[in-house]
Design a protein around this ligand. Structure first.
Ligand SMILES: [Mg+2]
Length: 236
């Protein structure tokens, strides 16, 4: 852990579960899709299973073992099979994406912190999400204007934690690497990825939890986005 308040002139900021309350959007999108499915079991249980499947597929994506296109469908194929439901996974996959892209729920203070930081430093959004979903929610939340650059893995062909993804961010920022802080909730893609790419890192703990002991440690930990303000330079 670093001591004191180093100032940064650039911030790489993750989207899902850092700025956006992804868990809430995912749950609502899933429930609105699944309500029309012929299924007599617990919707809540089905959602928890879906969320577990989804998280594991995104972990495989970070390891380059599955494509985004495959994730969209596969999460429903696996769920339908396990719940023994006969439904078209392609239809559910499409509906889910549509629902997700219109749920731009920001975490508390997200917008105000982006406004504050963007008046003092350059901001770059870094996300592995699905392009249409991320673009839809960025527009819906009205936060695009705060970013110098928006990097979505599906649009550039590289994803976090691949160093090539972070290289694109450095190129877009035109700042020395040591003046940029990488912020996100994911120990593997944001913290370890950012660290290996040469950035100082800040772990946003959106829910109270332990940092996994097998991952490279962040330089800072915050549990409220307001904590980012102290890393921004003063305005003279
Ligand atoms: Mg995230």
């Amino acid at each position: 852990m670093k001591i004191g308040k180093k100032k940064y002139y650039g911030f790489l900021i993750d989207a899902d579960n850092t700025l956006f309350d992804f868990d809430r959007a995912e749950q609502e999108a899933f429930l609105s899709v699944f309500r029309n499915v012929h299924y007599s079991g617990s919707l809540d249980k089905a959602y928890r299973q879906f969320s577990f499947i989804n998280k594991n597929l995104w972990k495989l994506f970070e390891k380059k073992k599955i494509s985004i296109k495959a994730i969209r469908k596969e999460r429903f194929v696996i769920l339908l099979k396990s719940l023994k439901i006969k439904e078209d996974p392609d239809k559910l996959a499409l509906l889910f994406i549509e629902e997700l892209s219109v749920k731009p729920y920001l975490f508390p203070h997200a917008k105000e912190v982006l406004e504050y930081l963007s008046g003092r430093a350059l901001l770059c959004l870094i996300t592995n999400g699905i392009a249409s979903v991320q673009r839809g929610r960025l527009a819906g939340a009205g936060i695009e204007k705060f970013f110098q650059s928006i990097i979505i893995s599906e649009e550039i062909g590289y994803s976090k934690p691949d160093p090539a993804f972070f290289k694109k961010a450095t190129a877009d920022m035109h700042l020395p690497q040591f003046t940029i802080l990488c912020v996100g909730d994911s120990p593997s893609s944001d913290i370890e990825g950012g660290n290996l790419a040469g950035f100082d890192t800040c772990w946003y703990m959106h829910v109270a939890r332990m940092y996994p002991p097998n991952r490279l440690k962040p330089d800072y930990i915050i549990s409220d986005l307001n904590g980012l303000k102290e890393f921004a330079p003063e305005i003279y």
